[in-house]
Design a protein. Structure first.
Length: 392
């Protein structure tokens, strides 16, 4: 009988480079494969599993909602959507929310919102930042600058361009009275955990006051308390008009959203935007449980504590291995360790030792642990990384 790996090769478009791990279950911060080997997972479904695997509050919310109904048309008001929206807007201090199925769909919705807002203002130009990643649909790809994601999909949306990351001079040269919106990740996840500089953000804010364009924060990876604050932009002194969230918000179920101020929200009226599955009631019920745990259950504070512990340890390793570690950056449970060697080499050796992390932008180890990680689990990751660096 063929293995699942062999079947995968014959059944699917080959768009994913799968890990050689046949996972059968997950509990807490650990995954277990078919052979019984346990892995400490420190990239948690690429920032989705903020509360780890099998969190009882999420499971109970899912169970309770499936016993009521699994899907209703958005022609109906749905209590799980309302309860999640209520909490999300309370914490974020935005005015309105639209639920989607995913992050890239939320980015598309934010693009439409910006276009609608700018239509009567003579503003057309959308700007992203270099080294960015906003998703794989055509609008999101138009804002994504990295060539590896764009090649072969041209042409992209008209009136789109990119500003060099943290380059205030290029920022000034690209923005004018026709600028509609600037999309930014406060901390670039796929791009290598790069953090926006305060100088760049101050200039961006000053130009917004002068030209009156929108700021759209992509918090798909950095939001929902991952950095120790609810949104990543709170670390860099910006206040966007629109924010996009996904990943952790659904507790493992497909869910995203874009949030806006009252001013921008008013342009979306009956019939101009919609979705069949966005805001699925089961996902929203799970999302409310996630938010309650992150905000009221102290897990956002815990994410901050994990970050303090890991950053201190990573910087200690940087002092021990200055020829191997060139930089440590990020906040909370969204951290990057930039190496001078190929990152995948270290990722593979960590996996052999039962530690799962991710490599992004070739040489950056990306750490996205669940907010429930213990001090002992953090120390185990550090010890294994230390041993591997010593061997190199």
């Amino acid at each position: 009988m063929p293995t699942v790996f062999e079947l995968e090769q014959s059944l699917f478009f080959q768009t994913y480079k799968r890990l050689p791990v046949d996972v059968i279950e997950g509990h807490g911060c650990y995954l277990t494969d078919r052979q019984g080997k346990r892995y400490l997972d420190f990239f948690g479904g690429l920032a989705v599993n903020a509360l780890g695997y099998g969190h009882p509050r999420i499971l109970e919310a899912i169970r309770a909602q499936t016993e009521r109904y699994v899907h209703l048309s958005n022609f109906f008001v749905q209590e799980p959507q309302v309860r999640l929206a209520e909490k999300l807007l309370e914490v974020s201090r935005f005015s309105r929310v639209f639920f989607t199925n995913s992050g890239t769909e939320a980015v598309e919705g934010a693009i439409k919102l910006a276009r609608k807002w700018g239509a009567k203002r003579g503003k057309k130009q959308l700007l992203g930042l270099s080294n960015s990643f906003h998703g794989r649909t055509m609008g999101a790809l138009s804002l994504t600058e990295r060539p590896k994601y764009r090649e072969g999909y041209e042409p992209f949306l008209p009136n789109t361009d990119h500003i060099r990351f943290n380059d205030a001079q290029d920022l000034r040269s690209k923005i004018n009275g026709e600028t509609l919106a600037v999309f930014f990740e406060p901390i670039q996840g796929e791009g290598g955990l790069n953090v926006l500089s305060r100088e760049f953000c101050d200039e961006l804010s000053a130009l917004q006051k002068k030209h009156g364009f929108l700021l759209v924060a992509d918090e798909i990876q950095s939001g929902m308390g991952r950095t120790g604050r609810f949104f990543g932009y709170q670390h860099v002194g910006l206040r966007p008009d629109v924010v996009v969230v996904a990943k952790a918000i659904g507790g493992g179920l497909p869910l995203g959203a874009f949030l806006g101020t009252e001013e921008v929200a008013s342009v979306l009226t009956f019939g101009v935007h919609g979705t069949t599955f966005g805001g699925n009631p089961v996902a929203c019920a799970a999302g409310r449980a996630v938010l309650d745990e992150i905000v009221d259950g102290g897990l956002m504070k815990r994410a901050e504590e994990i970050g303090v512990r890991l950053i201190a340890a990573f910087r200690g390793l940087q002092q021990r291995y200055p020829k191997l570690i060139s930089d440590v950056r990020g906040f909370g449970c969204m951290l990057g360790v930039e190496l001078s060697v190929e990152g995948q080499l270290v990722v593979d050796r960590l996996m052999d030792r039962g530690i799962l992390v991710n490599c992004t932008n070739t040489k950056v180890l990306r750490f996205l642990p669940p907010y429930i990680a213990t001090d002992e689990e953090c120390d185990k990751v550090i010890a294994e990384l230390d041993a591997i660096l010593a061997s190199l």
